[in-house]
Design a protein around this ligand. Sequence first.
Ligand code: ADP
Ligand code: MG
Length: 659
Amino acid sequence: MELRELKGVGIQLEKKLNSLNIYTIEDLQEYYPYRYNFIKIEHLQDISDNETCTIKGTIVDSGRVYYIKRNFNRLNFKVASDNILLNVTIFNRAFLKPNLTVSKEILLVGKYNKLKNSFVASDIKFNVIDNRIEPVYHLVEGLNNATITKIINESLNYINDIDYIPDIYNEKYNFISKRNAINIIHNPKDKDNLKKAIVRLKYEELFNFMFKINYLKKLNSKVKGIKRDVDINSIADFKNALTFELTPDQDSAINDIYNDLTCESRMNRLVLGDVGSGKTIVATYAIYLNFLSGYQSALMAPTEILAMQHYNSLKNILEKFNIKIALLTGSLKKKDKDVILNDLREGNIDLIIGTHALISQGVAFKNLALVVTDEQHRFGVGQRNTLRDKGITPDVLYLSATPIPRTYALTIYGDLDLSIIKTKPMGRKEIITHVKKESEIKDVLMSMLEELKLGHQIYVVSPLIENNETLDLKSVFDLKEKLEMAFNNQVNIGILHGKLKPQEKDEIMNDFKDGKIKILISTTVIEVGVDVPNTTMIVIYNAERFGLATLHQLRGRVGRNDMQSYCYLVSNMDIERLKVLEESNDGFYISEKDYQMRGSGDLFGVKQSGEMQFKIANLKDDYQILLQTQKDAEEYIKKELYLDNNYYKKVIESISFIN
Ligand code: ADP
Ligand code: MG
C-alpha cells in the first residue's frame, strides 16, 4: 500500500516522510518514537501559583481571536476544570479556533495564575483519552509531532501480521503479539505495557540480525579449507627460536591457529589484543606453520610504514627457519618490483608483506594459502570479502588492536572466530599519562627536556583538519619552530606529513630510527605506527579530536620496552573524557568507556555498516537482549528449526546467494 493512499497524506507530506526514509506503510509503522513525554494530569487545587502543569477541562465557549500585531495574535476561551471556570489564553494559535467545540474535553499545558483565575497555555491537546504518555518522534522542518502522530495512527489500521520471532521464542518469553506491540509503542497507556512492547520489538530486531550472523558463521565453517599435516611440535620449535616467553593468551591464540590450520574447514579468525600485547608473533606462528606445509602467505598492513616495520621485525625470526620473505611497496623501482612479482608467481617467496593494495592489484601467487591482515578495522567491514570476490579462498587471520569488548565483537565480527589477548608481556610499565591545557604547555616542555636529556626520543602528534590541510600544515611548521625555540635549537626535529613522497618519508623515518631526529612531529595518526623502542614520550595536540580508543592506540607507540614512558594529551576541551586515559592503561576498559560516551554511531572506530543500523535496538543499551538473541539464534540454527519457517528460509536463500 502506498503512503499516498493513507488519509491525510498528500504530495507535500509524502516528500517530508520520504526525507525521513519513510516510503511505505510499514516504514511508518516502524517509525518508532525516540522518547515519550509522560504527562501527569493535575487538579487545580493542587497546583501552586505559576507552576507549569497539565490539566484536563471542558470547553465552555468557542473562543475569540485578537490580532495584536502582524505575526502576533491571542486566542481566548473559557474552560471548566474541577468545577472552576478558567480564562484560557494561548498566543499565536489563532488557527486552533475552529477546533474549539463547546463541551469537548481537552488537555491544557501551561501556567495557572490563581489570583486572576487565568491559565496561559503553551499547548492544547485535543485527544484526551489514552494520551497521557505522548510519543515524541524525530521530525523534519515543516512536519510537526501532531501530524506525524496522526499519520502513524492512520497507518496502524493496516498492520500486516509478519512476525519475525519464531514461535518457540514467542512462547518461551511470553511475548505480546507484534500487532499489539506496534500499537502500544505508538499509543502507550501505561509504562509496563510500553516496556513489554519495546522489549519485544528489540528482541525481534536483534534476533533477526543474530540469525544472519550465525548463519554466515555456519556457512563459513562449511567452506573447505586446506587440512595441513603439521605436527603439534611445530609450536615448541617455534617458541624455541624466540628470545622471550609467550604470554598465556599468546599461547592459547597459537593453539587456536594450529587447530584452525590443521582441520578441514577454513580459518576465519580474529585476534583481538591491546596495543603492545604481541599479536604479531602470534601471526608469525601462523605464517611458519603455513610455510611448513609448503604454502605461501601474505601479510597486509594499512600503511607502507607499518608494512616496512613488519618486514624488519619478521625478517629476524623467519630467517632462522629459512623462510623467504619480501616487501612489496609502491616506492619500489619497477625493475625490483618485477623481480618480486616473478618470484611470487614462481613460488620463490614464502611470505610477501605489503599494504592492502597487495591483493587488490592483481598480484599472482603460486599457492597462496594464508592471508594475515593487520589492524583489520582500518580496512573496514565491507572490505573483508574482497579476497573472496577474487576467487581465492585462503585461510584468513585478522589482527586488531581495537579492543572491542567480547560481546560487541560478537555482533560486528560475529561470523569470525575470536582469540583474545588480554595479558601483556611481562615487565611492561604502565604509560604515565597527563591531560594538559594549552596554557600548561610549559610543564609538557619541561618533561620533554627531561626525556631528551636521558637520550630518549619523542613523538609529537598534531592532527590535520581535513578541509584545510595547507593551512594546518603551516601550523605544524609553526609548532616545529616553537619547539626549536623552546629547546634553543639544540634538538633535531623532523616532520612527517601526508604530502611527502614515499622516499622522503622513508628518509625521515630512518633518521628517526637511527636517532638522528630526536623529536618526530607527525600530522596523522597512522604515520606514527612505528616501533622505535627508544621513544619514551608521545605528546598529542588537539587530543579532543580523537576517540579514546584511537588515543590509546597512539599512546601504545611508546612503552614498548622496560623504560618508563609518558603520554601528554594537550587539549582545552573534553577534559573529562580524556581523563579516562589518565586513569587506565587497559584498552578494553577504555574502549568500553569510549563507547559509553560517544554512543553507537562510531563503534570503536568502526563505522557501522548499513545492516547494523537498527530501528529500535541499540547495541550499547540492549546488551542483555543481544546476548539472549545470540544464544537463541545459535540454537535455532543448530537444531535447524528454521526449516519450518518461511521467512527464515528466505533469509537463508538470500545469504547463500550473496556468499
Ligand atoms: P601489537 O599487539 O601491538 O601488534 P607487537 O606484536 O608489535 O604488538 O609486540 C610489541 C612488542 O612486544 C614487540 O617488540 C614484540 O617483539 C614484543 N613482544 C611480543 N610478545 C612478547 C612477550 N611474550 N614477551 C616479551 N616481549 C614480547
Ligand atoms: Mg601490531
